[in-house]
Design a protein around this ligand. Structure first.
Ligand SMILES: Cc1cc2nc3c(=O)[nH]c(=O)nc-3n(C[C@H](O)[C@H](O)[C@H](O)COP(=O)(O)O)c2cc1C
Length: 328
C-alpha cells in the first residue's frame, strides 16, 4: 500500500520557471537553486534562429549543459524558417537536450511583425507547414509555448486543429493576447476552452503570484499537473515551495533569505559583467520584481533604481534590507 507521504508527494504539482529574457538567465537559475527550492525545471529564454548552418557558441552560452546542472532546463527557440529551426534545434539536441520548445508567443512588435513568436498565431497554415517540415527532420521532442492570439483571443482556437495534428510533447499556454503584452487580466475562460480542445498535455502559465490563485486554478483544472510561473517566483522566490506546502516565513526571516540570494546574485553578476553600468542594469531589473513582495517599498525601490555607482547601490540596498529585517 502507498504510504501517506508518497500519496502527498505524488499530488505535488510540477512547477516550471518561465523564461524571462534578461532575468531568468543561467546565473539566476543557478543562484536561485542555491537559496530556494520548489522548482522542478526551467524553460530557458529564447534563442533566435539564424540563417546558415553555423550557430555561434555565444548564442548557446545560456544553455551550456555544464553550466546548467542545478535545474533541468528545456531550451527555447524563436524563428519561422523551417531550415533554420532544424539547424538550431539539432545543435541543441546535440548538446544532450531531449526537448526543444518553440516560442509562438513573444508579443514584441519588432518580433511579431517579422512573423516570429506571436506573429505566427493568426497563420495556422504557415504553422502547419513549419511543424510538418521541422518535426520530420529532428531527432527529439518538440513543444510549443503560445498565447491566445495576436490581436484577438480567438487565434489559438483556430490553430488548435493544427497543433493537435502534430506530435508535440506539450503546449504551454499564456492566456493573454500579444496586444495585451503583460497587462490586464489573464483570460481563464478562453484558456478553459482551448484546454478542452487540445489533445496534448497542457501547461498553464500566467499571473500565478499567490498560493490562493494557484489553488483556484487547480480547483478549476484538476487534471493539469504542470504549471509555469515567471514573475510570481521572481517577486517571491518562496512561492514555488509554498505552493508545494512550505509555510511562509516571517518578514525578517524572508528578508534575510532574499538578502543572501541578492548578495550571491550580485557577486555572480560582477564576475560575469564588466562595468558598473551593466552590473547595475542587470541588478536593477531584478529589483523591479523583488521589491514588489516588500509592502510599501515603492520609494525605497525608486531610490535604489536611481543609484549610479556601485557604492550608492550597495548603501541603498543595505538600507532597504536593514529596514525590512528590523520591521518583520
Ligand atoms: C521581461 C520578460 C521577458 C520574457 N521573455 C520570454 C522568453 O524569452 N520566452 C518566452 O516564451 N516568454 C517570455 N516571457 C513571457 C514569460 O515567460 C511568461 O509567459 C509571462 O511572464 C507570463 O507568466 P507569469 O505571469 O508567470 O510571469 C517574458 C516576459 C517578460 C516580462
Amino acid at each position: 500500500m502507498m504510504s501517506e507521504k508518497r500519496k502527498v508527494e505524488s499530488l505535488l504539482p510540477e512547477i516550471v520557471l518561465a523564461p524571462l529574457r534578461g532575468v531568468t538567465t543561467v546565473d539566476y537559475r543557478n543562484v536561485f537553486c542555491r537559496h530556494f527550492s520548489g522548482l522542478d525545471s526551467a524553460l530557458a529564454p529564447f534563442i533566435p534562429t539564424v540563417s546558415g548552418k553555423v550557430i555561434k557558441p555565444k548564442l548557446l552560452s545560456d544553455i551550456l549543459p555544464e553550466k546548467n546542472r542545478a535545474l533541468p532546463v528545456v531550451p527555447q527557440i524563436i524563428g519561422k524558417e523551417p531550415a533554420d529551426i532544424i539547424v538550431l534545434a539539432k545543435t541543441i539536441y546535440d548538446l544532450g537536450y531531449e526537448e526543444v520548445n518553440w516560442n509562438l508567443g513573444c508579443p514584441w512588435k519588432f518580433v511579431a511583425k517579422k512573423m516570429r513568436g506571436s506573429g505566427l498565431l493568426p497563420h495556422p497554415d504557415k504553422v502547419d507547414a513549419i511543424l510538418a517540415e521541422v518535426l520530420s527532420n529532428i531527432p527529439g521532442k518538440f513543444s510549443v509555448k503560445v498565447r491566445l492570439g495576436m490581436k484577438t483571443e480567438h487565434d489559438l482556437k483556430a490553430l488548435i486543429p493544427v497543433l493537435n495534428k502534430h506530435d508535440l510533447s506539450e503546449v504551454i499556454i499564456h492566456p493573454r493576447t500579444a496586444v495585451q503584452m503583460y497587462e490586464g487580466t489573464v483570460d481563464v475562460d478562453m484558456f478553459a476552452e482551448c484546454f478542452d480542445l487540445l489533445t496534448h498535455r497542457v501547461v498553464y502559465n500566467g499571473d500565478i503570484t499567490s498560493v490562493e490563485f494557484y489553488k483556484t486554478l487547480k480547483e478549476r483544472f484538476p487534471t493539469i499537473t504542470k504549471w509555469m510561473i515567471g514573475r510570481g517566483v521572481i517577486i517571491n522566490p518562496f512561492l514555488a515551495a509554498e505552493i508545494k506546502g512550505a509555510a511562509p516565513l516571517s518578514l525578517s526571516a524572508y528578508t534575510v533569505a532574499v538578502r543572501d540570494f541578492h548578495d550571491d546574485m550580485l557577486s555572480w553578476t560582477e564576475d560575469r559583467l564588466s562595468g558598473p553600468g551593466h552590473i547595475l542594469g542587470c541588478m536593477k531589473e531584478l529589483w523591479k520584481y523583488m521589491a514588489i513582495s516588500f509592502e510599501g517599498s515603492e520609494k525605497k525601490l525608486a531610490y535604489i533604481l536611481r543609484a549610479k555607482t556601485m557604492n550608492e547601490y550597495g548603501r541603498r540596498t543595505d538600507e532597504f534590507f536593514h529596514f525590512y529585517e528590523n520591521h518583520g
